[in-house]
Write a protein that binds this ligand. Sequence first.
Ligand code: PAF
Length: 289
Amino acid sequence: MELIRGAEQMHAAALQARSQGRRIGFVPTMGALHEGHLSLIRIARAQCNWVAVSIFVNPLQFGPNEDLARYPRTFERDCRLLEAEGVQVLFAPTVEEMYPAASKTIVEVQELSQRLCGASRPGHFRGVTTVVAKLFNIVRPEVAVFGQKDAAQVAVIRRMVGDLNFDVQIAVGPIVRDRDGLAMSSRNRYLDAAERKAASVLYRALLRAQQMADRGERSAAVLVEAARSVVAEEPSARLDYIEAVNPETLEPVHDVTGGTLLAIAAYFGATRLIDNVLLFAGNSRAGAG
Ligand code: PAF
């Protein structure tokens, strides 16, 4: 695996791979890799014969009181995992490389960026779309793979790709869960033992709504309330939001129809975790892509 720090070098390597007829798959990450990331890399690998992964803790997508400084950084271990996955290139730029002092441009998807996590983390999705647009221009992938756990991020990125005519196919990998259902996340590392135990309530809440939808409940309000009451059984959980929305527009829905995103965010101690499930009329699939 080649480690590249410079944007120009990364771009040149990608152009060379393309000129050799390689199909470029790309998985952008912020490092602290876990099974969820590795599953995305395997999706890229299945569709492409040249896979690039980026590790960049993007300051633009963190709010002033968020966890930028303490975000887990496990670079050596990440490199070993990526080597083992047969990744061709790791792009790991510095902040100065991605955001030179003269840089003045941001990319923002209006409206969608204010919904779900965008409402409680102002500026977050603007930071995501700005860095992902830059990464797409640098890496020029044919396929870019994102995780369904960040379902709102997927919606925002798809909209950006459509609106700005990016020539990239967006693939989405299903949520990878621990044995008790907790969705894998780099932020799970922050949890102490009690918080880790409590955090499994998120999946139980989603499952309750999913089971009710499977049995025919269509009212989004009823399903949201059912999930909320499960979270309330865990006193240490502090709910940020739970919403039933259209997975493309992220607009709230009244009724569950052909695929409604039930998304949840909650704090366990200082750690904010998110999860979601897709609900289908008469049948639902947890973490479906
Ligand atoms: O999902 C993430 O890890 C980040 O939001 C991403 C897509 C790598 C952009 O920084």
